[in-house]
Ligand binder design. Structure first.
Ligand code: ARG
Length: 462
């Protein structure tokens, strides 16, 4: 590359080729092209609307920009490194198409407010798509929940068997997490949806522009009130990275559970062949690659959040070229979150088979009904702490005898405490243990059915 002159006559020589490459963002910011064109169309219309350029010039610019859009979609516009970035690439092509009129597009605008506009338009679109993917995943979760209100699964704390649960209740917990993600993105959208266009390089412009006009054309709900803030604010990108990270936290926790459940040790689910992979050497293996990859990809999204925070913390006002570094972080977070949401949704919709028999055995083979024995006594007037200590003793002696609570004879129960009666066996049966937790938000089947209904309504309304 010998000739690389994009800016003014102030410069006598072209950029060093290696520096040109180092400086260029076209390799990745081409991702913004559709948004750049849309932003430029609005800017051109605003210039014509305010009389800064003629109506005819405005129309030529818009037609030229739309031609570039078509060329790009047809694969005919593929700018190379000499364009430096997507903004220069478009302007150069526009001038080729429209002649000198093309050179008027950048009146009353800087790449600084331009790139801010593009990034916001891009993120706005991506947020809409991610929110709709979240809703799809929530829908699949509700289907699983619907089918499994009375399927029992051991519930854990400290990864130790704690109390049995309705499998639907377990999945509805993820529904709630994803619902917060959906809401959070909706809130962030409000702050993404503000126009920096017209802030100029940093100080506004000498031209009689109408920022509200271009903002309205682009469906922004408002404009930045301070030009310095408008060109250098990336809070919206950090907020997005944070929301993306939380989505990944949730997907990663679900993934971890699926990985555990699919292990021979748990054996709660079978992964269908369409969503599992084999080993190149161990023929017996069936690996949970999808949830493992989701768990693994979580790190890069967290990394981008950290990267964005560090990128911003030392920047003096206003625009600094450092800000060019926001793009790959944002693009990769978007791509990763979307890819993971899609894969997990497919996995849950068609790749998981729960093993009801094994789940039923699992909830019956342990002491996760011990709290219910204590509750039984407490409901008969024994102070809870006393009952708790007594049941601890029962668990200890039963463990030593190789028995479960359900194996104790009525006489053994009565010897422990006279308050025990024959209905203790019902009280500690796994199904009853779950059904009895009928407090609001609990795992009792009645509560789960109510929660399920409310969840179904929630995703219909929004
Ligand atoms: N490619 C640049 C970016 O991504 C566009 C803005 C450049 N502005 C400037 N003053 N050099 O940030």
């Amino acid at each position: 590359m010998t000739e690389q002159k994009t800016w003014s006559q102030r410069f006598e020589s072209a950029l060093h080729p290696a520096i040109a490459i180092f400086n260029a963002s076209i390799g990745f910011d081409i991702e913004l092209i559709e948004y750049d064109l849309t932003g430029s169309v609005a800017h051109a219309k605003m210039l014509a609307h305010t009389g800064i350029i003629s109506t005819e010039e405005g129309e030529k610019l818009v037609a030229g920009l739309e031609q570039i859009r078509q060329e790009y979609r047809d694969g005919k516009f593929q700018p190379g490194i000499d364009a430096e970035d997507v903004h220069f690439a478009v302007e150069k092509r526009l001038t080729e198409i429209t002649g000198d009129v093309g050179k008027k597009l950048h009146t009353a605008r800087s790449r600084n407010d331009q790139v801010g506009t593009d990034t916001r338009l891009y993120l706005r679109h991506q947020i809409e798509q991610i929110r709709s993917q979240l809703r799809d995943l929530q829908g699949v979760i509700l289907t699983i929940a619907q089918d499994n209100v009375e399927t029992l699964i051991p519930g854990y704390t400290h990864l130790q068997r704690a109390q049995p649960l309705s499998l639907a209740h377990h999945f509805l917990a993820y529904f709630e997490m994803l619902d917060r993600d959906w809401q959070r993105l909706g809130e962030i959208y409000q702050r993404v949806n503000i126009s920096p266009l017209g802030c100029g390089a940093l100080a506004g412009t000498t031209f009689p522009i109408d920022r509200h006009y271009s903002a309205k054309l682009l469906n922004f709900t408002g404009v930045y009130s301070n030009s310095l803030d408008g060109v250098s604010d990336r809070d919206f990108a950090i907020e997005f990275s944070c929301a993306a990270s939380l989505i990944m936290v949730h997907l990663s926790r679900l993934s971890e559970e699926i990985i555990l459940w699919a292990s021979q040790e748990f054996n709660f689910v079978t992964l269908k062949d369409s969503c599992a992979t084999g080993s190149s050497i161990m023929p017996q293996k069936k690996n949970p690659d999808v949830p493992e990859l989701v768990r693994g990809k979580t790190g890069r999204v967290f990394g981008h959040l950290q990267g964005m925070l560090v990128l911003m913390k030392g920047l003096p006002l206003a625009y600094n070229k450092d800000l060019q570094e926001d793009k790959e972080a944002i693009f990769d977070s978007v791509k990763t979150v979307k890819g993971c949401l899609e894969a997990i949704t497919i996995l849950l919709a068609q790749g998981l088979e729960f093993r009801p028999q094994r789940l039923a055995e699992a909830v019956a083979e342990d002491f996760s009904n011990a709290t219910d024995v204590a509750d039984y006594l407490a409901s008969k007037g024994v102070p809870f702490r006393e009952a708790y200590n007594l049941v601890g003793k029962v668990v200890k002696t039963s463990l030593a005898a190789g028995k479960l609570l359900k194996d104790l004879t009525i006489q053994e129960w009565k010897d422990l405490h006279p308050a025990f009666e024959a209905d203790i066996y019902d009280a500690i049966a796994p199904r009853q243990v779950v059904a009895a937790r009928n407090s609001y938000g609990g795992t009792g089947f009645e509560q789960v059915r109510l929660a399920l209904k409310a969840a179904q309504e929630r995703i219909l309304v929004n």
